[in-house]
Design a protein around this ligand. Structure first.
Ligand code: WTA
Length: 681
């Protein structure tokens, strides 16, 4: 999510080791509250209970029906699913479809050209609204402009933009011409940007002079310039949107002003269908190794499942609803539920550039009131931040338009869930009135790899439970299995897997088919292993328990411990580093690093702060500000097993201020005492 909270350290809402097991899980499973939908909601819901049965009877047929109902194909497909070479799936074989045509032109052709597609709210308070007709026109111009710069079908385009309409326009223009976009979140550094540009061999970069962050201009183009300083890259042009008016360096011949290229391009552009399996985008995400993975998504299946889930999970009524997903387009949520699904479904959406506290802590609620947002989709970390700021702030605004609330990115703790329901979902106006029936909350579990929602309640069907994503969506085969891959009975925990292919599934890791098989399909025979722990309760509902691998979840952003460790040891002062995600009241987890310094590092009484600041900034430079450790602890040794594996569990105990757990398997059992001693100083 676009929000960067400055959290506090104590009072773990989740369990001690960052996953929700142990005591916290026991507490969670004491959570017996249930909130059934009202009969009115159920009666008006776009999707009913019958859908589960229909989908279970024949999954591919169910998805084929959705594909034909939700999308306009320029050529119909002949086969719903080809799973003859697992784990490489092909959905809607032989079909041709254009994502941009589906998101734009067809709505205009159907007489919806005057409907607002995007209400944009800039951080400084500037606003722009685009109707479907206007957005279609812009995307056509942009498609022509990219083509005139030599971008052709299959070429990769790196996108390094803030949350402004040009981001959506760029993505759809790429999709229109069959170019493959690779968005790099603006919070990543020049180095991270360069490695992603190189991995995908991008021909074009689209960026902006900068954006605004808490009232101040914040640069972006400078990082692109820096990324492209060293030779050997594949970039031919950089298109630069003017956003905050900051001065930027200009590379004649390479750099192009958006106003000149897109502004001057023709508004005539005919979309042609692309193969259903044509690559739509690459999005890099952290895994358990140091190197981010380029997750590859293709066209037909991705569009079908994002559109279906957007309709079903949020109970979308596109004629009347105003949808607002607060995620940045740099993350998968901003792809699926900002750039694609809402537009494919012909909805009206809000897009906001800035932080929730700019210029005041009521900014989001002001936006909800102003645009009468009816469906709000955000992350638990944001909700916990609002809880900290207090319920009096949202109470000043009229939030009565809200009728569905969504959550994504990390497990939502029942306290935050109840606050969301009572303070946001029950608000019936600024005079403190309460709604008789609060808005239902849908907790949506999914991943960059899954492309679209996989587990979530249906608001007109499911009696919701605070803290649980609950039910696999119609057409999705989820299970929880034990170490041996056997399905666990209700009331037990294990690993979350997907048993059958699904339309929006990743088609691979860019340039690395072996890694794709190994990462997701080798742990359990014939099943997709998500990397999450989960538990089935006595009703068979699913509770997500956090990652079981070395991936951290900071404010709903995925970061790998290994990646940050590699960044730390690349600094000449650092001999060794171990990183853990420690529970954090606001951000879910926070990055805590333990480092052993080399002789060359400054030493002495006053050097500590300098070392920490230097190393934090180094991580910021290597990966990006979002990866900067919240705490860096300098220690004499790291706890390791006899085979040399770092015991992060023990470090997590230290980071969370607990007595360290069982240390008997350490190669040197006195190490934890040495660490404790060194931290006292
Ligand atoms: C976590 C974000 C619990 C999970 C869409 C997953 C969640 C990772 C939830 C994917 C949820 C996401 N409840 N955990 N509702 N949603 N996660 O790729 O650990 O950025 O594996 O995709 O976030 O993060 P990603």
């Amino acid at each position: 999510m676009s929000q960067d909270a400055n959290g506090s350290t104590t009072a773990a809402a989740l369990a001690s080791d960052g996953t929700r097991n142990g005591d916290a899980l026991a507490n969670l499973l004491q959570e017996h509250r249930k909130f059934a939908p009202t009969p009115e909601f159920t009666a008006n819901a776009v999707v009913g209970a019958a859908e589960y049965k229909e989908a279970a009877a024949d999954r591919p047929a169910f998805w084929a029906k959705q594909a034909r109902e939700l999308l306009t194909w320029s050529q119909d497909f002949t086969q719903a699913l080809d799973w003859s070479e697992p784990p490489f799936a092909k959905w809607f074989v032989g079909g041709e479809v254009n994502a941009a045509y589906n998101a734009l032109d067809r709505h205009v052709e159907n007489g919806l050209g005057d409907r607002v597609a995007i209400h944009f709210e800039g951080e400084p308070g500037d606003t722009r609204s685009y109707t479907y007709a206007q957005l279609t026109d812009e995307v056509k111009r942009c498609a022509n402009a990219f083509e005139s710069l030599g971008v052709a079908k299959g070429d990769r385009v790196a996108v390094y933009l803030p949350m402004i309409p040009e981001a959506v326009i760029t993505l759809l223009a790429c999709a229109r011409i069959g170019a493959v976009h690779s968005v790099v979140f603006g919070g990543f550094s020049a180095d991270a940007l360069r490695s992603r540009i190189d991995d995908a061999e991008a021909k074009l970069v689209v960026t902006a002079d900068g954006t605004y962050r808490r009232g101040k201009p914040s640069p972006l183009k400078a990082a692109v310039d820096q990324a492209l300083t060293a030779p050997g890259h594949t970039v031919e042009n950089v298109v630069v949107v003017k956003r905050n008016g900051q001065d930027v360096d200009w590379h004649e011949g390479r750099d192009q002003r958006w106003e000149d290229t897109v502004g001057a391009a023709s508004g005539e552009h005919t979309a042609v269908g692309h193969d259903s399996e044509h690559p739509l985008f690459i999005l890099y995400t952290s895994g358990t190794t140091g190197k981010p993975k380029g997750i590859l998504h293709t066209t037909g299946g991705y569009l079908t499942q994002t559109a279906y889930t957007h309709k079903a999970v949020f109970d979308l009524h596109p004629e009347t609803d105003v949808f607002w997903c607060t995620a940045d387009v740099g993350w998968v949520t901003g792809h699926s539920y900002v750039a694609y699904a809402p537009l494919v479904n012909g909805a009206t959406q809000v897009m906001y550039e800035g932080t929730p506290d700019s210029p005041h802590q009521g900014r989001w609620w002001e936006i909800v009131e102003k645009y009468k947002v009816s469906i709000l989709y955000t992350a638990p970390t944001a909700i916990r931040t609002f809880m900290k700021w207090g319920k009096d702030i949202p109470a000043k605004y009229d939030l009565s338009s809200i009728r569905v609330l969504g959550s994504v990115g990390e497990p939502i703790n029942p306290e935050a869930w109840m606050w969301y329901r009572e303070v946001i979902g029950s608000n019936a106006g600024k005079n403190g009135e309460k709604k008789a029936h609060p808005a239902p909350i849908v907790d949506t579990w999914w991943q960059t790899e899954t492309g679209a929602h996989m587990i979530a309640p249906l608001p007109g069907v499911t009696a919701t439970k605070p803290g649980s994503a609950q039910v696999p969506l119609p057409g999705i085969a989820i299970d929880v299995v034990d170490e041996a891959g056997e399905s666990v009975p209700d009331g037990h925990g294990g690993y979350l897997v997907v048993r059958e292919p699904w339309p929006a599934m990743l088609r691979g890791i860019w340039g690395d088919p072996e890694r794709f098989k190994e990462t997701y399909w080798s742990r359990f025979e014939g099943m997709y292993f998500a990397g999450d722990g989960a538990k089935k309760d006595e009703d068979g509902d699913i509770w997500l328990l956090g990652r079981v691998d070395d991936v951290m979840n900071i404010s709903g952003h995925r970061l790998s411990t290994t990646e940050i460790e590699s960044a730390l040891v690349s600094h000449p002062w650092v001999a060794e580093a171990a990183v853990v995600g420690a529970s954090d009241e606001t951000t879910g987890q926070a990055v805590v690093a333990f480092v052993i310094l080399r002789e060359s590092a400054p030493s002495g009484q006053d050097s500590g702060d300098d070392v920490v600041t230097t190393l934090r900034n180094h991580v910021g430079k290597e990966i990006g500000p979002i990866a900067k450790p919240k705490h860096i602890l300098v220690v004499p040794e790291l706890p390791k097993t006899r085979s040399g594996k770092i015991m992060r569990r023990l470090l997590k105990d230290v980071a969370e201020g607990r007595e360290a757990g069982d240390a008997t398997t350490l190669s040197d059992p006195t190490i934890m005492a040495q660490i404790a001693e060194s931290l006292k100083k």
